[in-house]
Design a protein around this ligand. Structure first.
Ligand SMILES: [Zn+2]
Length: 288
């Protein structure tokens, strides 16, 4: 059983809870810690001989080209997290296309890799902006990994497929790679629990996540794609008093425990990049 670990390379202040509390206008005056925190991720993967997929923000890549080269030369996949960390559904089709094209081109120029994958900030592709898929095809992407098939206040994806699949559009097709979800039945009702990473890994009991990841395939829970952000390993990042209690909990809760937890997951399973997962999927579809 092989899972995929993905890292959304952004600074702590790009995170939604910080953005909502302090506003984007303060970003340029804050100290960047993304180089330091991404190196923590690289060390963690290297210690476990795991290759991951790094969804890099274009604005981070433009400022720190060497970091992208370091990620690429360590054998990891470079993919796109857009350019400026605007939610996909808050952009117009025109600005979204420009954002994803610019980030893809920049990342390819720096890394020398063909950039095949995209992940929207905060998984922000939902029913109202499915036109985003057309833009991603037009921009040359092979797959999108923005679908977290659960309910969240920003999106309701409870009825979306859990497994990797194609979507077809007039201008081509795209592979959709959903995040890992544990489906279960409770007193006759069907539920889905997000177990792919982020606050779910920091705040939920470690044994529950480990149990879920081990059973996900038996229960039809999809492709085993997990995620983390570099700032989730960074205990030294600034703490903002402007955050409300729940925002603080979601952003800072469990940060000191996460490195050990990820280390255990990396040891308990085998891992491949999302690009390799997509290749396997395409090969199996061709055989059918
Ligand atoms: Zn992000």
């Amino acid at each position: 059983m092989t899972n995929s670990i993905s890292i959304d390379v952004e600074d702590y202040y790009h995170a939604r809870n910080i953005e909502l509390a302090i506003g984007r206008s303060r970003w340029s005056s804050l100290p960047s810690r993304v180089n330091y925190s991404t190196k923590l991720c690289l060390d963690l993967l290297s210690r476990n001989s795991v290759q991951g997929t790094f969804f890099v923000l274009g604005s981070v890549a433009r400022r720190d080209k060497q970091l992208i080269k370091d990620i690429s030369s360590a054998g990891h996949e470079i993919a796109s997290h857009g350019f400026r960390h605007h939610l996909a559904y808050e952009q117009s089709p025109k600005s979204f296309l420009k954002d994803v094209c610019c980030s893809r081109k920049l990342l390819q120029d720096i890394s020398g890799q063909e950039v095949e994958g995209y992940r929207a900030p905060n998984f922000s592709i939902r029913d109202q902006n499915l036109w985003s898929y057309n833009s991603l095809i037009e921009a040359g992407f092979k797959y999108d990994s923005s679908l977290y098939p659960v309910y969240h206040p920003r999106y309701d994806n409870r009825n979306k497929p859990l497994d990797i699949h194609y979507i077809e559009r007039e201008n081509g097709k795209l592979v959709i790679v959903p995040l890992a979800v544990l489906p279960f039945n409770f007193f006759g009702k069907n539920f889905r629990l997000g177990i792919a990473g982020g606050a779910y890994w920091r705040l939920f009991p470690h044994k529950l996540i480990d149990w879920g990841l081990k059973r996900i395939r038996h229960l039809g829970g999809g492709s085993g794609v997990c995620y983390l952000h570099p700032w989730e390993l960074d205990s030294g990042q600034p703490v903002f008093d402007e955050l409300k209690f729940l925002q603080k909990l979601r952003h800072y809760g469990g940060i000191s425990k996460l490195e050990n937890r990820i280390d255990t997951h990396l040891k308990n399973f085998s891992w491949q990049t999302i690009s390799q997962l997509v290749q396997d999927f395409e090969a199996s579809e061709t055989k059918l």
